[in-house]
Design a protein around this ligand. Structure first.
Ligand code: 5GP
Ligand code: ZN
Length: 112
């Protein structure tokens, strides 16, 4: 499948890795929107949060179990924001579910 995030998770496209285990991969966003901007993805291809179901939710659990470790590693002791854009109205540009972890400064209150 021609999915850029599947390729990044497999190491076929280079990225700045932050965390990796058998289920998930985390790397720096190429166009950071905050001093720390990390993308956390399941290695399994799931299109978006809208496609989560009982068969694939293990990957989602793995993502959220890793986020505290990733945040600690990235020095986000003051807090952070986790966002996942879904579909057209959510402005999702890459169709492989991913969670943005943003921090490193006081983030704006407005979420859109
Ligand atoms: P979305 O808009 O789908 O929620 O977020 C996609 C994110 O992926 C964007 O923040 C964009 O900067 C990031 N991105 C897209 N292509 C690449 C890439 O090849 N490498 C990295 N590290 N980030 C990417
Ligand atoms: Zn994919």
């Amino acid at each position: 499948m021609d999915c850029i995030f599947c390729k990044i998770a497999r190491g076929e496209i280079p990225s700045e890795e932050v965390y990796s285990d058998e289920k998930i991969f985390a790397f720096r966003d190429i166009n950071p929107q905050a001093p720390v901007h990390i993308l956390v993805i399941p290695r399994d291809h799931i299109e978006s949060c809208d496609k989560i179901n009982a068969e694939n939710s293990d990957s989602v659990r793995a993502v959220f179990e890793a986020i505290p470790k990733i945040a600690a590693k990235a020095g986000l002791s003051g807090g952070y924001r986790v966002i996942s854009n879904v579909g057209e109205d959510g402005c999702q540009s890459v169709k492989h579910m991913h969670f943005h972890v943003l921090g490193g400064k006081k983030l704006p209150e407005n979420m859109g």
